[in-house]
Design a protein around this ligand. Structure first.
Ligand code: SF4
Length: 348
């Protein structure tokens, strides 16, 4: 068993424990409205902007949109936070997104509803083991997914998100470069197959996307024969093979807008449905099955860490002393180089 696979077993246990002990706070409609108003006022008073991921809860996405922030994928979140004039960024997502915002704009204050919201890909790629892996393959260009710590980014030549990973690796392959890719094995495998590049892959996985099942998906496709299948590339190869489109969250939403189908089976976190349904109000969105018939799932297509961005925590974000994101300045400077390369690549 590889080191990363051992980490994945630990991570699954951690998630199981978290889900068993985490009480989902169901807010009354009045309480929700009260908190939302409080957050609107605080954002205005503090000259702050809310930057939210598609996987956060509906009310958080609504707040980001109506207060002049953004709901987006991690690439656009990074770009928006960097270009916006606000001096405080409130990042509703997971820890690596807050760290990325801080690396790109060290002069800004970056707050998160909770710093405990992490990601199985980030946890499954500890810097010491990753550094050893890189040292053992010095002839390879190191490309890491955005879902990594600041330290792992600082060790990389390139950072990519799922929206540009394939294009960046294609570009490097055309230059004759061999690639070391981390940490998502499914995304790495997809990139390798679709670009033909020589890619050595770290053995990590997203605990949400890894649960999508090809057998269950075939069954759903039979029930909805006219539906197009939209799949995030963190899903297993057997699921990707059934896709009409493989893409990042933004690319999945765009596909639903542009394709003529009236139904879509979607293999990514269900949080995306809120913004996606607004973009295609007359189309039907169906979540891809996560664990087959009669089986159980850990995440059930809901990232447990994204779910930690609750309204109560968001409303307290300016009062908590321990939810500001800090990145060591030297580390930040080194991580900035591969991140900037990613932003520049997308612009070109
Ligand atoms: S959905 Fe997967 S990749 Fe995204 S934050 Fe959650 S664990 Fe990480």
């Amino acid at each position: 068993m590889s080191i990363a696979s051992e980490h994945l077993l630990e991570i699954r246990e951690m998630v199981k424990d978290h889900l068993e002990h985490h009480e989902e706070r169901k807010l009354s409609a009045d309480r929700e409205q009260f908190l939302m108003q409080q957050i609107r006022e605080q954002l205005a008073q503090e000259n702050a902007v809310l930057v939210a991921h598609y996987y956060t809860q509906d009310a958080v996405q609504d707040l980001a949109e109506e207060t002049g922030g953004i709901v987006s994928d991690s690439l656009e979140m990074a770009r928006f936070g960097k270009d916006h004039s606000a001096q405080t960024l409130v990042v509703a997502g997971v820890k690596f997104m807050g760290e990325t915002a801080k690396i790109l704009t060290p002069e800004k204050r970056v707050l998160m509803p909770t710093l405990e919201a992490t990601c199985s890909l980030d946890i499954g790629c500890p810097i010491d083991e990753f550094s050893e892996f890189c040292d053992a393959h010095p002839d390879r260009t190191v490309v890491v997914y955005a879902n990594t710590s600041a330290a792992v980014k600082a060790r990389a030549d390139w950072v990519v998100t799922s929206s540009i990973a394939k294009d960046v690796v294609s570009h490097l392959h055309a230059n004759g470069e061999k690639i070391l890719f981390a940490p998502d094995r499914h995304l790495g495998d997809y990139i390798q197959r679709s670009t033909g590049a020589d890619v050595l892959i770290w053995d990590g996985a997203c605990i949400v996307h890894e649960e999508f099942k090809a057998d269950g998906l075939r069954h759903t496709m039979k029930e909805h024969p006219d539906a197009a299948v939209l799949v995030h590339p963190e899903s297993p190869a057997s699921v990707i093979e059934l896709a009409d489109l493989v893409g990042s969250t933004s690319q999945i939403i765009n596909a639903a807008v542009e394709m003529g189908n009236k139904e879509f089976i979607v293999a990514t976190d269900q949080g995306i449905f809120h913004t996606m349904q607004k973009a295609v109000p007359d189309k039907q969105l169906i979540i891809a099955p996560t664990a087959g018939h009669g089986a159980t799932c850990y995440s059930c297509a809901n990232c447990p860490w994204m779910a930690m961005n609750e309204l109560e925590s968001l409303a307290a974000v300016f009062d908590q002393p321990d939810n500001e994101v800090f990145v060591d300045p030297d580390l930040g400077k080194r991580a900035m180089l591969p991140l900037q390369r990613m932003l520049d690549f997308k612009r070109n």
